[in-house]
Design a protein around this ligand. Structure first.
Ligand SMILES: Cc1ncc(COP(=O)(O)O)c(C=O)c1O
Length: 374
């Protein structure tokens, strides 16, 4: 009988079956919380030249030419050696730009690595995380990996800061500002109030991945509070999503603690050279951001003209509500136009659309006109 099964289904399957029959279901090698999480689902990365890709909030314009020059100039000697463990060249440039000290900065492999470091540093099964919802879908995944309880506080209909966030007893409180996927913005004064209320009780991590398109930020708070960490990304305003570079800003004591948790060489020599060149080219950065903001205004107006309800965006994407959003999403995908659709409470009637180039925005608007008029 066992021999027949071997022949029919292959050795591995029959081995597993025999183990289950005789010994019961095999234990998982993973911790229970890891076994039970589906993990993060990154936005789809379609291939092909004629694809209009507006689903992962990349910048539609290229990075500064100085970035490629900096990459070309990385010597083989610099590659032979381990990199500077703290990315000093970048920290110095960022400190000068922000008016803080280099000791207030930690370089990370994208903003996502800073999130992961913060979960590992502050959360466990007795130390929950809190955040307003809906927000960045990576937070609940990191909470599950860290086996910590999540306190999700619903945003009200106007997406202002929920008052209950100050009373959750969480060890880590995260506010994404501008928020993804709503594109809405909370005034820095409101976050200052929250930082004050959480002082001595909780870390306040302000995720500013999209702040380059917002016009104002919360960096001042790190000088006044020892419980505030600001997350920044080079993926959006600096057009470097492929490089994987981000950083955190906080008081020195917090930065010293976060350094203990990061990998020893978490940012590499090429990344540091490229990110520093991008950060230093201020003129290019400003022009790039202004172009995206102008395209955002036009995209928002066109969508509203088509009958979508669109919140005022302070990011490089818009959240557009329309009846039958799920169907519209699928019909766009059939035309090789990709946006993001979240089939979940608060979001199932909306599409998150990254601001593209004028040509890409014209394409999606043209397709939406056709789809909606049918
Ligand atoms: C809200 C938010 N935070 C952080 C990140 C992480 O950005 P990255 O790791 O590309 O720097 C993203 C990426 O899309 C994001 O949407």
């Amino acid at each position: 009988m066992i021999v027949k099964i071997y022949l029919l289904f292959g050795a591995q399957y029959a081995y597993n079956l025999r183990q289950e029959l005789f010994w019961g279901p095999k234990m998982s090698y993973f911790r229970e919380n890891i076994e039970n999480t589906p993990g993060y689902t990154p936005g789809f990365q379609p291939a092909g030249a004629d694809v209009v890709k507006l689903n992962t909030n990349e910048n539609p314009y290229p990075a500064s030419p100085k970035v490629l020059e900096a990459i070309r100039n990385v010597s083989s000697e610099r590659l032979r050696r381990y990199p500077n463990p703290l990315g000093d060249e970048f920290r110095l440039a960022a400190a000068e730009m922000l008016g803080v000290s280099a000791d207030n900065i930690i370089c990370t492999k994208g903003g996502d690595e800073l999130l992961s470091i913060c979960f590992r540093a502050f959360c466990d099964d007795n130390r929950p995380v809190a955040y307003p919802a809906p927000t960045y879908s990576l937070y609940p995944v990191l909470a599950q990996l860290q086996n910590c309880r999540r306190v999700e506080v619903d945003f009200g209909p106007d997406f202002s800061l929920p008052k209950e966030l100050a009373n959750t007893n969480a060890a880590l409180t995260i506010v994404c500002n501008p928020n993804a996927p709503t594109a809405t913005f909370i005034k820095p004064e409101d976050l200052r109030e929250l930082a004050k209320k959480l002082d001595g009780k909780s870390i306040l991590l302000i995720d500013e991945a999209y702040v380059d398109f917002a016009g104002t930020d919360c960096v001042e708070l790190v000088c006044d509070f020892d419980n505030v960490i600001i997350l920044r990304s080079m993926s959006k305003g600096y057009s470097l999503a492929g490089l994987r570079f981000g950083y955190g800003i906080a008081c020195r004591k917090l930065i010293d603690g976060l350094r203990k948790v990061k990998d020893s060489y978490n940012v590499d020599a090429v990344g540091v050279a490229a990110a520093t060149a991008a950060l230093k080219d201020r003129d290019y950065f400003r022009k790039n951001v202004e172009k995206v903001k102008a395209d955002r205004t036009r995209l928002t107006e066109e969508l509203r003209r088509l009958g979508f309800t669109v919140t005022d965006s302070r990011a490089n994407f818009v959240l557009a509500q329309h009846e039958g959003a799920g169907g519209i999403y699928r019909k766009l995908a059939e035309r090789n136009i990709y946006v993001r659709y979240f089939d979940m409470p608060h979001l199932s009637d909306k599409l998150r659309i990254t601001v593209g180039t004028n040509r890409q925005n014209d394409k999606i608007i043209g397709a939406l006109k056709e789809i909606i008029s049918r």
